[in-house]
Design a protein around this ligand. Structure first.
Ligand code: DON
Length: 306
C-alpha cells in the first residue's frame, strides 16, 4: 500500500463533517423522508482485506438503486448477451425516472440503471427464478456473510402507493412488448429490491467481487466471468449516476452506483471498494456528501481508473 488510507479517510471525513451539509432528503418516498439527514458513514475494503471505516458505517439504510447492480448481475449471469436485446448500454443523459426516450426507442430502455431498465431486468428475473426475491437475498447474504439483510416492507409499500411514474413506465414498456409479466408483479419486485437495507460495510463487501475480476474475494469462486465483470463496471462508469454520470467520472474517476437512500458504492478494479452514505441528495439525486467524499478521496490517493 503506497497510501495511508486510514489517515486519508479520517481526514476527509472530519473535514466534510465540519462543512455545511447541502442537498435535500428526497420526499417522494415518505418512509425514506423520515431518516435523519445527518447520518454519515464510510467503509473502505480492499482485496488484501484492509478495512477502514468511519461514522455510521454499520447502520443499515435503504440501498434503493444500488440494488440494480445485484439484479443486473444475476440476470446477466443467467441470460448472457441476449440481455442486451431488451435493454441498451448507453448513458441516458436524463433523470433516472424519465419516460422521454422510451417512445422513440420502442420501449427499449437506454441502460439497466435507469428505472425503466431496472424494470425490464426485474421482468426477466421473474422469468428466470421461481422466487426472485429470495434469490437476490441469498446472493447478498452469501457474499456478505450477513444473514440479517432483508427487505423493508414499509418502504416497498410506501413506493408502491406513490410510484406512479414507475407504474406508467412499466405499463408503457408492456405496450411495446418489452415487459412480459403482469406489470404489478414487476413493480412489486422492483420496489422490494429498492427497499433492501444494508450498511456501508455490507455494501463494500458485496461489491468487492467487481474489483476482483468477478471472483468472490472470500473463497475465490467465480460469480461472474471477467468479461461480464468488466462490462458491469463499464456500465457503472457510464450510467451509474444517471445524468450525473459524466460528472462523477470527471470528478471521481471510478465505476460506481448511487441510490436515493444516500448511498454511493465505488470500485477501483483490482484494488478496492468504498461505500459512502449520507442521505442529503443533490439536484441529480446523488448523495451530496458522498460525491464530495469520493472526489476528495481519489484526489488525495492519486488513484482512479484513469
Ligand atoms: O424508483 C425509484 O424512484 C426509487 N425506488 C429508486 C431510485 C433511485 O435510487 C435512483 N437513484 N439515484
Amino acid at each position: 500500500m503506497q497510501n495511508n488510507y486510514a489517515k486519508i479517510i479520517s481526514g476527509i471525513y472530519t473535514d466534510i463533517l465540519s462543512k455545511e451539509n447541502l442537498g435535500k432528503v428526497p420526499d417522494y418516498i415518505p418512509e425514506i423522508a423520515k431518516i435523519s439527514a445527518d447520518k454519515f458513514g464510510v467503509a473502505f475494503l480492499d482485496l488484501d482485506k484492509n478495512s477502514f471505516v468511519e461514522g455510521d458505517y454499520k447502520e443499515k439504510f435503504s440501498i434503493q438503486s444500488i440494488s440494480k447492480v445485484f439484479s443486473l448481475t444475476l440476470v446477466y449471469k443467467h441470460l448472457g448477451e441476449k440481455l442486451w436485446e431488451r435493454v441498451d448500454v448507453e448513458p441516458s443523459g436524463n433523470a433516472f425516472n424519465s419516460l422521454v426516450q422510451l417512445e422513440a426507442d420502442n420501449g427499449i430502455p437506454r441502460n439497466p440503471f435507469i428505472n425503466a431498465g431496472a424494470l425490464v431486468v426485474c421482468d426477466i428475473l421473474l422469468d428466470i427464478f421461481e422466487n426472485p426475491k429470495q434469490e437476490i437475498l441469498n446472493f447478498i447474504r452469501n457474499i456478505t456473510g450477513e444473514i440479517n439483510i432483508s427487505y423493508n416492507k414499509k418502504v416497498a409499500a410506501s413506493e408502491m402507493e406513490n410510484g406512479f411514474r414507475n407504474a406508467a413506465m412499466c405499463n408503457f414498456m408492456k405496450s411495446f412488448g418489452n415487459i412480459k409479466n403482469n406489470p404489478n408483479e414487476v413493480l412489486d419486485l422492483y420496489f422490494n429490491l429498492c427497499s433492501i437495507e444494508m450498511s456501508c460495510e455490507n455494501l463494500s463487501k458485496s461489491f468487492l467481487f467487481l474489483a476482483n475480476g468477478g471472483k468472490n474475494p472470500i473463497n475465490n469462486e467465480e460469480i461472474l466471468s471477467s468479461s461480464k465483470t468488466k462490462r458491469i463496471n463499464a456500465i457503472m462508469l457510464t450510467c451509474g449516476f444517471y445524468d450525473e454520470s459524466g460528472e462523477f467520472s470527471f470528478l471521481v474517476g471510478l465505476p460506481g452506483k448511487s441510490g436515493v437512500g444516500g448511498g454511493i458504492v465505488a470500485v477501483l478494479p483490482n484494488h478496492y471498494c468504498i461505500t459512502v452514505w449520507s442521505p442529503k441528495l443533490n439536484l441529480k439525486g446523488n448523495s451530496y456528501r458522498g460525491m464530495k467524499f469520493l472526489e476528495e478521496f481519489t484526489t488525495q490517493t492519486g488513484e482512479s481508473i484513469f
